[in-house]
Design a protein around this ligand. Structure first.
Ligand code: SF4
Length: 425
């Protein structure tokens, strides 16, 4: 059967662990605290990933396992209880405490699920304690969000209300905009997971239709469907076309009249088309190679190929959920290699051999590739930027056209006709 060529690769990886997702999750739910139970390495990771945020009284921290814990000399559970209680005394505004597992806590088999249960009993009424794993052994980058949301699903109250549930963290402004558009199309009740307050959990049940805003929520989607919800399969809301199809999937499920949906979406599509034109002029015909990091790679590749005219050399993804990605896979061109997993050395060999115009990769590879003369786009920016929805299609394209544009601007400096003449861009 025609379609993209699905491949798998394993070996050395160059990706974040799931702990990194704390950086955006804690901003989403200001009344929650994320306590990593791990090593100094984990604390360093979060500090580096959060950058300047660590100075703004953050709502995350690390309970560092000491040698006494590792050697079994101290009862790690007693220690953890003590740390949690101290933390809650100092920060009484915390309503939900996430105990986040790491590689060290998992390797020594520290039972955080039991710790959460015990603390929940003791702190009942004051704070809710949940746990999930963000370890690098089990999770890659955005999968941490899947773990955190999956941990919340059992706490959602049962509800038979007919409603649309948007699952996955969006920037607040983007989420407001999508909800406004859905309401204009005729969907009355819309909730989101995660909510903006961790205690404000939406209900779930047979009347719930779930629209995933992000492609990395495999476990969350499974648990929501176990609770009776219908989880839609649709392209993800990246780019104008993807966002439109995503909204139409919900509109179909709610049996909204086509004319009403078109009346809301058509003018947005027109605006997106003109916003995209400028960037398409830069991107058209350029060859792009996406390395695996966030699972956003497939929808991005689909957008860049179909709406910006780029040629796909290889599309990497850390994990491929074929069922949830069916609509995305169907929109990718035939024979494009989609590589699940990574052997970073072999992948870099393929990058060098194919000499793409642009490589989407993590920060660990970006500058070294630039030094080899290959233009790059940091993939992490895609997780922190408001890129979802029809209105954002132009901004999303700009994230890719900008590095190519910058290269053009500095080209005279990189290849001076007379090396003695200074160049001013
Ligand atoms: S969870 Fe594992 S991969 Fe992540 S920082 Fe800690 S030790 Fe490293």
């Amino acid at each position: 059967m025609a379609g993209p060529t699905l491949l798998k690769e394993s070996g050395p990886r160059e990706v974040f662990c799931g702990l990194t997702s704390i950086v955006w999750l804690h901003r989403r739910m200001p009344d929650a605290f994320f306590l990593v139970v791990g090593s100094r390495t984990c604390a360093h990771l979060i500090q580096s990933a959060a950058g300047v945020m660590i100075f703004a009284e953050p709502r995350f921290g690390t309970a560092i396992l000491s040698e006494r814990d590792l050697a079994g000399l101290a009862d790690a559970h007693d220690e953890l209880d003590r740390v949690c209680k101290e933390l809650l005394q100092r920060r009484p505004e915390i309503r939900t405490l996430f105990l986040v597992g790491s590689c060290p806590s998992e390797v020594i088999k520290l039972d955080l699920a039991r710790a959460a249960e015990r603390l929940n009993e003791e702190l009942y009424g004051q704070v809710r304690v949940v746990n999930y794993s963000g370890s690098g052994i089990e999770t890659t980058f955005t999968q941490g969000e899947d773990g955190a949301l999956a941990a919340l699903v059992p706490l959602l109250p049962a509800s038979d209300e007919r409603q649309l549930l948007l699952a996955g963290t969006l920037a607040d402004a983007v989420e407001d905009r999508q909800m406004h558009l859905f309401k204009r199309m005729g969907i009355e009740t819309i909730h989101s997971l995660p909510p903006r307050q961790s205690t404000d959990l939406p209900g779930v049940g047979a009347g719930t239709t779930v629209l995933l805003t992000q492609p990395f929520l495999t476990e969350t989607a499974r648990l929501l469907s176990d609770r009776g919800a219908t989880v839609l399969t649709a392209p993800f809301p990246l780019g104008a076309e993807g966002s439109r199809r995503w909204m139409e999937a919900a509109a179909d499920d709610f049996h909204l009249p086509n004319e009403r949906v078109a009346a809301v979406l058509d003018p947005l599509m027109k605006r997106a088309e003109s916003a995209l034109a400028r960037h398409r002029a830069v991107l058209e015909g350029k060859r792009i190679f996406l390395l695996p990091e966030s699972q956003l790679e497939l929808p991005l590749a689909r957008f860049l190929q179909r709406e910006c005219g780029m040629e796909l050399v290889e599309v990497g993804t850390p994990y491929l959920n074929r069922e949830q990605m069916a609509a995305e896979l169907a929109l990718l061109p035939d024979d494009v290699p989609v590589m699940e997993g990574q052997h970073v050395e072999q992948q870099l060999d393929r990058v060098r051999a194919s000499q793409p115009d642009l490589v989407v990769c993590g920060m660990g590879l970006a500058n070294p590739l630039e030094a080899e003369g290959i233009a790059t786009k940091w993939s992490i920016e895609l997780v922190f930027s408001p890129i979802h929805g029809i209105d954002q299609a132009g901004d999303l394209a700009e994230l890719f056209s900008r590095p190519l544009h910058r290269r053009q601007l500095i080209r005279p400096g990189l290849h001076p006709s007379n090396p003695d003449t200074p160049v001013h861009a």
